[in-house]
Ligand binder design. Structure first.
Ligand code: PEP
Length: 367
């Protein structure tokens, strides 16, 4: 329909499921059955609809300025992209209502972000001998000594764990390992179990890092097993997820991430999930100098939270720390950690310099 229905109006008509496109609809409409009608790009300004059944109607790009709906059944009505100047529901301005909702929602999210403690974790990878590890941590200690609102973690090679634990004993720097095996003990030459780490006093362990997945054939299944083993030993797993460049280019980032979240946390209870940290690390940004923009990081971190909400409920999802990782550095950290769903970072290269790592920690501290 592409019409001008002005001044006439309609009474007691059955116009169910009709489609009105680019129509100008004025006048009085009462006691009509207009359920399922679709109004697209119509001008309803100044019209009056009374006692009508409009259930399930769709109003898309409609000018509703000054339109009146009285005693109508509007359940299930979908209004999108419409002009709502002066529109009111029971005397309350719709625009003001929307504004109020948006602000509260934003504030609410921001408040929840404040409830989660940001975690800035360094992932040293295969770097630093023991004397070098000691020197780096000795330099870092006084620089971050006053920071108590950010959890500071250094995830170091196995050979540095004892040194790191000794140097940081009694400080606000926590120590993590870079992996652990899923078996408790046995014939697994070259592997380290979660119990071995826990017994040393290690608190965190990075699991499922893309370099482990890429170069050491780790899969979501073994990441899941490692996560369970780490949790059973009392460690806090930092579980890494992230898409490859071509997966992003093929527009399947969300599918990839949802799959990783479902598999990596398969059969893990809500209580155990709360002990985990998730690091969103787009593989194309790790060690490449290419950082995801703050908006890209926020988008995927928010998606991770929404996925967790579907699996575990909103309350659990809101309590989980989700970090961003991938070429985070002293220059871009502040913008990244300012995002609502980015609760800190997992930092590779920049964690090897005390000054740079401190700047990133301060960004989370001031943010
Ligand atoms: C990492 O190793 O987890 C990482 C994010 O590395 P980089 O910061 O060097 O990209």
């Amino acid at each position: 329909m592409n019409d001008k229905i002005t001044e006439h109006g309609a009474e007691s008509c059955c116009i169910t499921d009709a489609k009105f496109h680019s129509c100008e609809i004025k006048g009085e409409f009462s006691e009509n059955n207009m359920s399922g009608c679709r109004f697209e790009r119509c001008n309803l300004s100044g019209s009056a609809l009374a006692e009508s059944d409009m259930t399930g109607a769709v109003l898309d790009k409609v000018n509703l300025t000054g339109a009146e709906f009285t005693g109508c059944d509007l359940s299930g009505v979908n209004i999108s992209d419409c002009k709502l100047e002066g529109a009111e529901i029971d005397g309350i301005s719709i625009k003001e209502l929307i504004e109020f909702y948006k602000n509260n929602h934003k504030e609410n999210k921001a408040m929840k972000k404040n409830v989660r403690k940001a975690i800035i974790a360094g992932n040293w990878k295969m770097n630093k001998t023991r004397p070098e590890a000691k020197a780096l941590l000795e330099e870092l200690k006084p620089m971050v000594a006053d920071v108590n609102d950010v959890e500071i973690v250094a995830c170091v090679p196995f050979t540095n764990l004892e040194t790191a634990l000794n140097v940081t004993a009694g400080t606000n720097i926590k120590i993590g390992a870079e992996n652990c095996h899923f078996e408790k003990s046995g014939a697994f030459t070259g592997e380290i179990s979660a119990d071995m780490l826990a017994e040393m006093g290690v608190e965190y362990v990075v699991l499922g890092h893309s370099e482990r997945r890429q170069y050491f054939a780790e899969t979501d299944e073994t990441v899941n097993k490692r996560t369970k083993a780490a949790l059973a030993a009392g460690l806090k797993p930092i579980v890494c997820v992230g898409e490859l460049l071509w997966e992003r280019e093929c527009n399947i980032t969300e599918e990839v991430i949802a799959r990783q979240i479902k598999l990596d946390f398969y059969d893990i209870s809500a209580d155990d999930l709360k002990k985990c940290v998730i690091a969103y690390e787009p593989v194309w940004a790790i060690g490449t100098g290419k950082t995801a923009t703050a908006d890209q990081a926020e988008e995927v971190c928010a998606f991770i939270r929404a996925t967790l909400a579907k699996l575990y409920g909103e309350e659990v999802a809101e309590s989980i720390t989700i970090q961003y990782g991938g070429s985070m550095n002293a220059g871009n950290a502040a913008e990244l950690v300012s995002k609502t769903n980015v609760d800190g970072g997992l930092i590779g290269g920049a964690s090897l310099k005390a000054a740079d790592f401190t700047t990133i920690i301060m960004a989370a501290h001031n943010g």
